[in-house]
Design a protein around this ligand. Structure first.
Ligand SMILES: Cc1cc2nc3c(=O)[nH]c(=O)nc-3n(C[C@H](O)[C@H](O)[C@H](O)COP(=O)(O)O)c2cc1C
Length: 197
């Protein structure tokens, strides 16, 4: 499992932003189809940031499954870092080519942890991350719609792009959730590798 200290600091975010600003017209959103050219310049692997709230064994299993899929041997040139929402910060988001967000539904809304993450990164990321592709999965005991709606509202404000409809692992625990989350991670990583997001 990657930890905060385990994330490679190959290049500083300020360097990345300078490169973006000098290479692309200011009116172009930073994440719209530019990742391939960007990688040619830096020689860096593309970065997926998995931010998952994991308050239970089941939610840890979902996070681990997403991670396993995203780190599949079938995908090359993609690094995946994972943090809890409380650990992740705006610099992590600015560094990412795509995000995967995972949360429980609590009281009809996303977890307080994920909301705290959005509260902290919203304005620091607002100008730089328009078009950032993201995927969402939700572990919901019986619903999940309030969480999907709330995340969509915030990400619309940020102008991030949903890669797919949210994956909602709803109701009693089912082992099939694990495979669905693995598939989600693999799909995002394969898309990032191919540069299609
Ligand atoms: C305080 C609290 C509020 C919850 N509210 C909701 C809710 O509004 N909708 C829902 O679908 N599940 C709700 N749940 C269930 C959680 O989503 C579920 O317990 C969590 O995803 C962990 O799943 P697990 O038991 O499989 O580990 C709530 C759980 C707690 C502890």
């Amino acid at each position: 499992m990657a930890s905060r200290s385990g994330v490679p600091e190959r290049i500083r975010t300020s360097d990345l932003l300078l490169r973006r600003q000098s290479l692309y017209p200011a009116e172009l959103p930073g994440h719209l189809g530019l990742t391939t050219r960007y990688d040619l310049i830096t020689g860096m692997a593309k970065q997926i940031l998995l931010i998952a709230h994991v308050p239970s064994n089941n939610t840890q299993r979902l996070r681990d499954a997403v991670l396993e899929g995203a780190r599949s041997d079938d995908v090359d040139g993609v690094d995946v870092a994972t943090f809890t929402p409380f650990e992740a910060n705006a610099e992590d988001v600015l560094r990412a080519d795509a995000l995967i967000l995972g949360t429980t539904e609590n009281l009809g809304y996303m977890s307080g942890a994920l909301k705290d993450f959005f509260d902290r990164i919203y304005y620091p990321c607002l100008e730089q991350t328009q078009g950032l592709p993201y995927a969402l999965y939700v572990r919901a005991g019986h619903d999940g719609t309030g969480t999907c709606r709330a995340v969509a509202s915030i990400t619309t404000g940020l102008r991030w792009r949903a890669l797919a409809d949210p994956l909602v692992c709803r109701g009693e625990w089912q082992e099939s959730f694990v495979g669905e989350c693995r598939e989600l991670g693999l799909t995002v990583a394969a898309g990032v590798e191919a540069g299609i997001f």
